[in-house]
Design a protein around this ligand. Structure first.
Ligand code: SAM
Length: 211
């Protein structure tokens, strides 16, 4: 995560709209039952995802990296009533938790959780997406972008999480994962099919719009 003053973060949370009660439940369960609870989007980023989804009002949303379902519940807030959110994760243990929350939130009809390797599943999807959230293995971000760009409407938004990688992105000697994230940001910046802005929120979000 980026180094912002905890007091500033707290101020932002306290002065932003409150969120769905189920998200606190997901957060609590994630801390109790998983070994990497920090992977969850959290309140401020979750509220941003929810706000973007409400502004976009998408028909089809794709999420790559479900984990315990926190960000999916945020993203689904703006979904058109006729629409669907497809979320993919290859971890059956956390999928079990997410699925229980989707059912509890009465979203099981609107959210389709697909289990397996996202690189294999995405090519099989026959939807045109308006909103995509890339938040799985960082090494594959470029592949995910390449797999989804032609499955997106013009004007679609693609959000990629963790693109500043705790600030390591500006290190001179980058480790392998950081280098791949830097390559991803460079690739997006050079791609004439899209425009983008990197938001220094939480761990950095690359907000990309297909032109
Ligand atoms: C950072 S977590 C997602 C967090 C979630 N979006 C949220 O904000 O609550 C990343 C997830 O990607 C999943 N993942 C990693 N590699 C994957 C792959 N190749 N295919 C599908 N899922 C993958 C992991 O199992 C993990 O649950």
């Amino acid at each position: 995560m980026l180094d912002i003053l905890p007091a500033i973060n707290e101020y932002c949370v306290n002065h932003s709209s409150s969120f769905d009660k189920i998200l606190s439940e997901i957060e609590k369960t994630t801390y109790q039952k998983t070994t990497s609870p920090h992977m969850l989007s959290g309140q401020l980023q979750g509220s941003l995802l929810s706000m973007i989804s409400k502004m976009k009002s998408p028909e089809y949303i794709l999420e790559i990296g479900t984990f315990t379902g926190y960000s999916a519940i945020c993203l689904v807030q703006g979904l058109k009533s006729s629409g669907k959110l497809v979320t993919i994760d290859n971890n059956p243990e956390t999928n079990y938790i997410a699925d229980a929350f989707f059912k509890k939130h009465h979203q099981n009809g609107k959210i389709e959780l697909m289990e397996g390797d996202a690189k294999k599943i995405i090519p099989t999807l026959n939807y045109v997406f308006d909103l995509v959230f890339i938040d799985a293995d960082k090494e594959s971000y470029m592949d995910y972008f390449d797999l989804v760009i032609d499955k997106c409407n013009n004007g679609a938004l693609i959000l990629a999480d963790n693109v500043l990688w705790s600030g390591k992105i500006i290190d001179e000697n980058k480790d392998k994962k950081t280098k791949l994230l830097d390559d991803f940001n460079k690739k997006i910046h050079a791609d004439a099919r899209v425009e983008n802005i990197i938001l220094p929120i939480r761990d950095g979000i690359n907000l990309i719009r297909k032109i």
